[in-house]
Design a protein around this ligand. Sequence first.
Ligand code: SAH
Length: 257
Amino acid sequence: MMDDAAIRAALSQIDVVMVETTHSGNLGAAARAMKNMGLSRLVLVNPKASIDDEAIARASRAEDILHHARIVPTLNEALASANLVVGTSARSRHIPWPLLSPRELGGRVATALPAGNRIALVFGRESNGLSNEELQLCHLHVHIPTDADYSSLNVAQAIQLLCYEMRLAVTDASPDNQPAWGVEWDYPLATHEQLDGMLQHLQQTLVDIDFLDPNTPKQLMTRMRRLFQRAAPDQMEINILRGMLAQINKRLPPRAD
Ligand code: SAH
């Protein structure tokens, strides 16, 4: 049996990221949902509501989480140091993406946390959720199963459900459901920022070798992002890829135009 301090320590590797939340009551309810389950790290991306009396009231005794919330202007900034980024969505989207239930996510988390990874769970706006571009920054998408005709939960209730599964993932984790390769990996997984840097380098190189036409990019970079996020490269692999790209850059003749 793990004690609560150990559970809280494990769950402190998880950030709950709320994007452009408009209702302060939802901020408070989210803080309460997190604290009930032992999570503590709340990140607010460009919040449209403030931590007002309504937020404090709805937080009940979890207002410390609101006061310690990290407030950042962009989602990219919120995700910079995350090794595993999970987006949540009530709707299915155009380009297929790895889609899990909250419980299946728990299985991944049970492996990822002991390996030292930082995880970000991303939640969207009350009005229209997360944009396609925001969801594409995520390795995995989680959909909470619902009635098909009414699939959109209140954001704080969605957070409650995910936090509950995160707690179970930590407390019910047995050595049996932790494959050795997930625990004994030789290098840490790349962070969101490192993966992003490599993808930008790749994009520029593909333009330079006339593979990618910046005027008709189609979904090429989205598909490359999906490929690399699905592979979940480690930091050494990212360094090797960047070394290859740098070498290609070096061998390119200077552009005439
Ligand atoms: N009307 C919006 C839904 C916003 S609900 C839309 O159609 O996209 C606000 C947020 O709660 C969502 O962005 C998501 O983070 C979470 N959420 C709500 N219902 C969910 C579900 N069934 N599965 C996963 N996340 C959900």
